[in-house]
Design a protein. Structure first.
Length: 165
């Protein structure tokens, strides 16, 4: 009887500890450096196919940089701009092509353009895995934000099957 009671109390303690942990810890998915690099390489390759020299950045769900690639003839401003586009997409949880529209002069959200580090230019795309936001990719250097976004989307398509588990 003592053993059964002790086991029951021990099991209750473990269950209570697990419940307490669930109340104080947050768990989330994050891209591995390898998949973030593959995404960046795929986006860079997509832009190269159309003769665009770009930089590509991948950030995690908290906006921290995981990968930055700059093609050999991409402008010196493109790595920073790619990072800012990815950071803007993840921070506002909206692709930057949409943010560009929402923050035009005269729009209610126009003041967000003044937030340091933002880039309200097309080319920043959110990354979702099984519906969960896990990061963002930013591309800079193609002649226009929609072309940057197209390269970012093609890079994302290259890994999407592994994200949709």
């Amino acid at each position: 009887m003592f053993k059964q009671t002790a086991c029951a109390m021990l099991c209750l303690g473990v269950t209570a500890a697990s419940a307490a942990e669930a109340d104080i810890f947050v768990t989330y998915r994050s891209l591995t450096p390898e998949i973030a690099l593959e995404l960046a390489q795929s986006a860079l390759a997509a832009c190269r196919k159309t003769d665009y020299q770009v930089a590509v950045a991948v950030v995690d769900r908290g906006g921290s940089v995981q990968v930055v690639l700059r093609d050999r003839f991409a402008g010196p401003h493109t790595p920073d701009t790619a990072i800012r586009k990815a950071w803007t997409a993840i921070t506002f949880r909206t692709n930057t092509t949409e943010m560009e529209k929402l923050t035009q002069a005269g729009m209610e959200a126009s003041g967000t353009r003044q937030i340091p580090g933002t880039a309200m230019l097309g080319g920043g795309v959110m990354i979702r895995a099984a519906g969960e936001l896990v990061g963002a990719v930013g591309v800079s250097g193609a002649p226009g934000g929609t072309l940057d976004e197209d390269c970012a989307m093609k890079g994302l398509e290259a890994i999407q099957d592994r994200l949709d588990f």
